[in-house]
Design a protein around this ligand. Structure first.
Ligand code: SF4
Length: 365
């Protein structure tokens, strides 16, 4: 995109000069055709996915140096005494899934893959985000909206070659990125698939779309592979996380993980076409009755990560799965609850808010 003015201007000058020389009259048609074609070529960035030509995914250099292969081997070794997410089950996933909270062994289970037009604005663009939806999860949220996939494991077991093929299919459909949904427990399989797909032409940014309960061991394996981290920050109070997502120490684990993600990729960088290229994008789902600890979460993001953080402050909570067993979760949020969340973001100076998930036009307080 940046080169566009430097290309267009000289060709316009050439055309103008040619018009005032004999050359123009002797070979008018070829000049017109050649320079017209060059002019059109130079203007292509206005209408096409030129970010593909200018963007260079982080993992490409790791492939060339052989580091991607080393990371894959190391990640599979971690599965023998699994610490690939913050559950730290320490089971050998090659032998059994007994004791593995994620219920996932050597092979990943995939529910679906497709261009997704409901993701955040900088991810969905105009051709969609290339989502690969992994089955099972390392969290146990009682209000899970995808419980049949995340809790019941609906999907099919796949090899890394299959995941690589999905990525390349999504790339061929014009998706702006590859978006790994619920990836925390399948880090090794993802790295293996990225290695294969990159050898076969994968060039898109990789999005790690996580519930935010990630181990540092896994994040270090992903350093330089993932371009865009998109973690949830679900709670500001560990006791509430324990009750509603059945997880220990969520807040500390989550904050440590998000800090590491930000250290690796920095604030979200969006190109001139509005497409995210690399960086951190945080999601926070506002829950009824203040259960998400929105104030603590937003304060942490502003003070400990960056006030320039790109934030999706989500308002679409609705009771699902077992939410009706918990009276405090058994209703959508109110307009006042969301207004308060928006006001808190404003108070802490968080102004890079995604708009797509604000379904209601609720004014800021
Ligand atoms: S990925 Fe997490 S949940 Fe799954 S076995 Fe490893 S530590 Fe346990």
């Amino acid at each position: 995109m940046d080169e566009q003015p430097t290309l267009v201007v000289p060709y316009i000058v050439v055309l103008v000069l040619a018009r005032h020389t004999n050359l123009w009259f002797e070979s008018e048609l070829p000049i017109l055709i050649i320079d017209g074609a060059r002019l059109l070529f130079a203007m292509q960035p206005l209408t096409t996915n030129t970010y593909k030509q200018t963007f260079s995914a982080a993992y490409l250099s790791l492939l060339e140096s052989g580091e991607l292969s080393r990371r894959r081997q190391a990640a599979y070794q971690h599965m023998e005494d699994c610490d690939l997410c913050a559950r730290y089950c320490h089971v050998n996933r090659f032998k059994s899934i007994k004791g593995a909270v994620c219920r996932t062994g050597e092979r990943a289970v995939v529910n679906s893959f497709s261009p997704h037009h409901g993701e955040e604005n900088p991810l969905r663009g105009w051709n969609g985000s290339g989502t690969i939806f992994f089955s099972w999860c390392n969290l146990r949220c009682v209000y899970c909206q995808n419980w049949d996939i995340s809790h019941k494991g609906m999907g099919r077991e796949v090899e890394p070659e299959d995941i690589a093929e999905m990525m390349l299919t999504l790339q061929s459909k014009g998706c702006h990125n590859i978006n790994f949904v619920s990836p925390s427990h399948v880090v090794a399989q993802i790295i293996a698939a990225v290695e294969i797909a990159t050898q076969q032409g994968l060039r898109l940014p990789l999005v790690y779309n996580t519930g935010g309960y990630d181990s540092l061991e896994a994040l270090q394996l992903l350093d330089g592979i993932i371009d865009i981290y998109m973690p949830d920050m679900k709670y500001g109070d560990a006791r509430i996380a324990r009750t509603y997502s059945k997880v220990r120490n969520y807040v500390q684990v989550n904050q440590t993980a998000v800090k590491e993600m930000h250290r690796q990729v920095g604030d979200l960088v969006i190109n001139k076409q509005g497409i995210a290229q690399h960086g951190l994008l945080i999601r926070h789902l506002v829950l009824p009755n203040g259960l998400a600890g929105t104030k603590e979460v937003l304060k942490f993001i502003a003070k400990e990560i960056s006030p320039n953080t790109y934030l999706n402050l989500m308002d679409q909570y609705f009771p699902s799965y077992k939410a009706d067993e918990y009276s405090v979760l058994d209703r959508p949020i109110t307009s006042d609850e969301y207004r308060i969340a928006l006001a808190l973001a404003k108070k802490y100076g968080l102004t890079r808010l995604d708009e797509i998930h604000q379904h209601h036009q609720w004014p800021t307080g």
